[in-house]
Design a binder for this molecule. Structure first.
Ligand code: WT7
Length: 633
């Protein structure tokens, strides 16, 4: 396979080349894809606007690269293996030929329902093949997909539908997740009661067949619309910089942002990084356990692997259902070679001991991947020793929704490994660490704010409907640099270790959440006057959510009140944002300018009250004692 690096020396060479001559480096990689028309210029950029164009004026369709071109070389190879939630239910496999046909039919069904190039289509679905097919069908006709993780609430779904003025929602009737049976269509119905006027059609995939409410004229069955369609659907000619998808992510302000990725650069970078990080070889079976509702699923279940002609596993279920050996059972069943998951899942499974792992034959495994949050040493060691039997290199991949693809990671088996260190930047990724003033910190064995000083092909292009927000959030902090929001350390050998977010963003079980977003939700409770949310170290989730709440009246039953607050958050955002601990307080520590001193709240939440630092600048220093003595553990 082309452009797969085969040694660490070669990595160094390629990296050097990608920095000294980025344009010819990426042009060479891009040559291996199929384009209707090649670029006039490889890169044009200005971080001050920001305006970044890769492969200027090139024309392509990403599905031509994920599907059509494989019809000549690997039509009968399995593209997607679908492993259902219930281990007894039948596995579904799609060859590249079958997937191509399914995508073309779905694309024709979208067209028949009035979806055109540039229209936004929202997905609210469990991990079923129709989600991947639907997303690719959008890309086929140039419609923009906006996948919303099916754990979000009706309110959160409605906000996202409205922000992008989506014309259609595609959902399932119900979702099977572990032992749970979740009424997905019901949530869509509730969302559409909240002024989602742009929606014309709801396309419903029959997943479980249970009864659902039906709105005549608006709701249509997926199978009735898709099955009769022709399997011939010529791909729309897209500009390299046409929008491919929107994906919402949380920031330090209350409202989630719609991160926008475009066709050409995203395709080139996700495919290149997929092949290299996972050292994918012909015939390998690759499994990423993420949900397609997150960027990891977009880039490394759907687009990257399929463009690389890989066999990618899609799993509907959860790690512990019906038993704690479920992941390993699936690895054995499908002889998985590359396994990519999140530290929170590893920690949760580690708690069940080695027994559930040892029951299965995991000798097919060659590379293990980690993503979403720093992987602590204990989890790293267990992953390496128990799951990998000490024989599988671990790639700790650091990246973000905004980066589109993996930025820092070892290349499986080639790069040196060090627990808790993501390692070296991928070719094309020019990192730097800066201090608070934006001055670059040179040399090794240093710490600072992590920035990128040169564009890579899958960098976000804008935030949907609000370009200024994209500029201020990522490009205005430090001149001519993309600011990641993370703090990092570069060790004596130049390896990067991610320390974590330096802004008010939490990472709970690998899910990103803004403290302001959770606070806004809590404040919806009629008895809440004000709240402040911080993260604290949590054994399984990485970070737990700790909420300090001021109420209008005295709370007599704190447990009942906490439940009410959690219900409000579940309604406003979804269960993933529920605070783990809720403390009722009479005030919050504030500076004279009215800013909450979160440093103190973080310390109390983490149980470390020995040294709270200087509190003399507080407007209300007396509140600190009360907060300390009422702390929830
Ligand atoms: C934030 C991005 C893109 C993957 C899924 C999360 C944290 C991500 C790592 C890692 C340490 C990591 C960072 C980053 N993060 N991967 N390997 N080591 N931290 O995407 O929701 O956009 O969150 O996740 O803090 O900024 P996301």
């Amino acid at each position: 396979m082309t452009h797969r690096i085969n040694s660490f020396d070669e990595y160094k060479e390629q990296y050097e080349k990608s920095v000294t001559n980025p344009e010819s480096f990426w042009a060479e990689v891009a040559e291996t894809f199929s384009w209707y028309k090649k670029w006039d210029q490889v890169l044009e950029w200005d971080f001050r606007k920001p305006a970044v164009k890769w492969f200027k004026n090139a024309k392509l369709n990403i599905t031509e690269n994920c599907l059509d071109r494989h019809l000549e070389t690997r039509p009968d190879q399995t593209a997607i293996i679908f492993e259902p939630n219930d281990p007894e239910a039948p596995v579904q496999k799609f060859t590249y030929r079958e997937l191509h046909l399914a995508v073309c039919r779905a694309a024709n069904a979208l067209k028949a329902n009035g979806i055109k190039k540039g229209d936004r289509v929202c997905f609210y679905m469990p991990m079923v093949p129709e989600l991947a097919i639907g997303v690719l069908a959008c890309a086929r006709i140039g419609a923009v997909h906006s996948v919303v993780f099916a754990g979000f609430s009706a309110q959160a779904l409605a906000d996202r539908i409205k922000d992008a003025s989506c014309k259609m929602v595609i959902c399932s009737d119900f979702n099977n997740r572990g032992a749970k049976h979740i009424p997905v269509k019901n949530v869509v119905d509730d969302a559409l009661k909240m002024d989602c006027d742009s929606i014309e059609t709801v396309l419903v995939h029959r997943n479980t067949g249970d009864g659902i409410e039906w709105t005549e004229g608006r709701d249509k069955w997926w199978h009735e619309e898709v099955d009769p369609q022709s399997g011939d659907c010529p791909a729309e000619v897209m500009d390299a910089e046409d929008m491919l998808f929107i994906l919402y992510t949380s920031g330090s302000t209350g409202k989630p942002k719609g991160v926008v990725h475009t066709c050409g650069g995203y395709m080139v970078y996700t495919t290149y990084s997929f092949k290299n990080v996972f050292q994918y070889r012909e015939g390998d079976v690759y499994w990423c356990t993420a949900d397609i509702g997150w960027i990891t699923g977009h880039s490394y279940i759907v687009y990257g692997p399929l463009a690389a002609g890989a066999t990618t596993v899609m799993f509907e279920g959860v790690p512990t259902y019906p038993h704690a050996g479920r992941f390993w059972e699936v690895v054995e069943k499908h002889k998985v070679n590359q396994f990519y998951t999140a530290p929170t899942a590893i920690r949760a499974l580690m708690a069940f001991g080695d027994e559930p792992v040892k029951k299965y034959d995991l000798t097919s495994l060659r590379i293990l991947g980690s993503v979403g949050e720093p992987i602590n040493e204990e989890a790293w060691n267990w992953y390496h020793e128990t799951v990998g039997n000490k024989g599988c290199p671990i790639v700790d991949t650091w990246w973000q929704t905004e980066t589109g693809g993996i930025m820092i990671s070892g290349l499986g088996g080639l790069s040196p490994m060090k627990p808790a260190h993501a390692g070296y930047p991928l070719p094309g990724v020019q990192l730097c660490l800066v201090d608070n003033e934006g001055v670059e910190i040179e040399g090794n064995d240093v710490e600072g704010l992590l920035c990128v000083k040169f564009p890579w092909p899958s960098i976000l292009r804008t935030t949907y409907g609000d370009h200024e927000r994209c500029r201020t959030t990522y490009f205005a902090m430090f001149e001519d640099k993309y600011f990641t929001g993370d703090g990092a350390r570069r060790d004596e050998n130049g390896m990067y270790r991610i320390i974590g977010r330096v802004d008010d963003v939490l990472n709970v079980s690998g899910h990103r959440m803004g403290t302001a977003e959770v606070e806004n939700a809590i404040n919806e409770h009629p008895k809440v006057v004000e709240s402040a949310v911080v993260g604290y170290p949590h054994d399984i989730k990485g970070q737990g959510i700790y909420a300090y709440v001021i109420t209008t009246e005295e709370v007599s039953d704190e447990d009942a009140f906490a439940k009410e607050v959690r219900d409000v958050v579940t309604r406003e955002i979804g269960p993933i944002a529920k605070p783990d601990r809720i403390q009722v307080v009479s005030g919050l520590p504030k500076t004279r300018s009215g800013k909450i001193m979160r440093r103190i709240l973080r310390k109390v939440a983490s149980g470390d009250t020995s040294n709270l630092g200087d509190t003399s600048t507080l407007l209300n220093p007396e509140i600190v004692e009360e907060i300390k003595s009422g702390a929830k553990q």
